[in-house]
Design a protein around this ligand. Sequence first.
Ligand code: SF4
Length: 237
Amino acid sequence: MINLEEVKKAGLLFHTGLLLFSVAPSLIVFLLLLAVGVELPISFAAGLLTIAVFQVYGLLYEKGVTDNPIPLRLSFWTLKALQSAHTLPPHTPEKMVVTMNNRKALSETGRKFSSDETLILIPHCLQNHECPRRLTFDPDSCERCGKCPIGRILEIRDRFGTHFAIASGGTSARRIVEKTEPLLIVAVACPVDLSLGILDVHPITVVGVLNEWRNGPCFDTWVNTEELEAALELFLD
Ligand code: SF4
């Protein structure tokens, strides 16, 4: 679900995104103070202090002192702007959000949830493209034939007795969450859907599991079901 190297990399990216974001407000503070006649060294120090405030806010989020995802959002959108200039590999900001979120969620494993408060949410692209079952309407019509991971996920759902839904996209996922009102979501999705979903559903606790693109994006994707099971074992009462 998470490894130390990824956590280190994500932490570094998270703070870099925040640092880059804070350059503009710190410049504004610096120039404003100069404009009203404050001495240059004091204006400069105030600008630096503004940068430091953002970094401290980021640290508070990282250490779980604050639950508010504003620093994560600021860093994410700054990195997205960088990515649009092709300065970062694809999905770097998205994977940063997923890793930072999972790290935070896993640091709260002392908090337990009941099965009724928990939702397993998966994307429809996990379903084998040849399967004729209409799972978004009735997931239990799955025959658990083993051609895709959905049958195994349903077994996990049965073991834990949680809510379960298959989303056909971001809007559908949002509707499912509104209807189910879970306190814990164990979500499978691609980096884009997962990161936006995580930022969207705050303050619900989300454990995100990235799907595997064995056949390219959005087509016969796969997921390591052991990760799902491990997350549920950690969080369920
Ligand atoms: S496990 Fe088999 S029946 Fe179930 S959704 Fe996948 S392909 Fe269809």
